[in-house]
Design a protein around this ligand. Structure first.
Ligand code: SF4
Ligand code: ZN
Length: 316
């Protein structure tokens, strides 16, 4: 058995192929947390004294993020002190969301973090089950519809909790998959949105992604080693289509050429920062709800109309 290449004291537990390191469990956890610390500092994601809302779904990524940010804020030698609050959205998916919310509550209870919960029913007048209860002729995938509502729900939770910044748990794999998806869809404008730290006025509060530089498999291993119970079942409406093919392709490339995802991340970050200079700045307010929008009526209001038209839910 190989010894840990970092401490040299314990047997190796994890082979980090892209760096050539063999790490014991303790060194794996330390280096993962350290990577998040460096990402936060590199992009100036969090500032001393801020109230940070962590978007917590109850899955491995968001619970790991909450635990890591909590450790960085209260742990020994933590330079930046901030207050954490978990922002959780109940989309209203019977038999699925309840378990995830329980996991979120449990970790928040353990860490002493407040949890602010908002639901689609309370915000939009329908649950996701009700909104999707129409099958024929739907042009949009479930996740495209749900994603529009989810972003607004997080904004509402952030306003309710009065946070300065929202941290989301997108990991390196999410990031490079989205980059590839945008390329494959020819969606150049969206490439400029892929910023680990969004300061512009697309959102009412700043958005940051502290796990941008952590591989998904390493987030999963961190959750496992930290004994964080999380929901592993997928949402019954999840339909990934092209994304799962992109994921498989990137995983194959990584297996043959360790570090390929890291390289792709660097390329996409560099391209994003260049494209941001050309980003159109004009934003307006939706005349129906007052939310930030790129057209007179925002995506949320348009989607609500579509749901009302087909299901009667949420109709005024
Ligand atoms: Fe919504 Fe898709 Fe997430 Fe399910 S998987 S909660 S439909 S975005
Ligand atoms: Zn609107």
């Amino acid at each position: 058995m190989v010894d840990c290449s970092r401490c040299g004291l314990k047997p190796s537990y994890y082979a980090r192929r892209y760096s050539g390191e063999n790490l014991c469990a303790g060194c794996f956890e330390e280096t993962t947390v350290d990577k998040v610390r460096r990402t936060i500092s590199k992009y100036g994601m969090l500032r001393h004294g801020e109230k940070v809302g962590v978007a917590v779904s109850g899955g491995k990524d968001s619970l790991s993020l909450l635990k890591i940010l909590h450790g960085l804020s209260v742990g020994p030698g933590s330079g930046t002190k901030y207050e954490l609050v978990a922002l959780t959205v109940d989309e209203g998916v019977a038999g699925y969301r309840d378990e995830a919310i329980e996991h979120a509550r449990a970790l928040c209870g353990e860490l002493g973090v407040e949890l602010v919960l908002v639901s689609y029913s309370e915000l939009f007048g329908f649950s996701l089950d009700q909104a999707l209860d129409w099958k024929d002729g739907r042009e949009l995938s479930s996740c495209s519809m749900c994603g529009v509502f989810r972003r607004r729900a997080i904004d509402e939770a952030a306003a309710k909790a009065k946070v300065d910044v929202v941290a989301t748990a997108h990991n390196l794999d999410d990031y490079v998959q989205t980059f590839m998806m945008n390329l494959l869809h020819g969606d150049v404008e969206r490439l400029s949105w892929l910023d680990p730290s969004t300061y512009d006025d697309d959102f009412p509060v700043r958005r940051v992604k502290p796990l941008t530089e952590v591989y998904e498999e390493e987030v999963a291993l961190y959750a496992f080693l930290s004994k964080i119970p999380f929901q592993s079942a997928s949402c019954p409406y999840m339909h990934e289509g092209l994304r799962s093919e992109v994921r498989d392709y990137l995983n194959e490339l990584e297996a043959k050429h360790p570090g390929m995802k890291n390289t792709l991340l660097k390329s996409s970050l560099s391209l994003t920062s260049k494209l941001k200079q050309f980003k159109p700045k004009e934003k307006m307010l939706c005349f129906k709800c007052g939310g930030i929008s790129s057209s007179e009526v925002c995506g949320v209001c348009r989607m609500k109309e579509l749901v009302a038209e087909h299901t009667g839910f949420g109709a005024k």
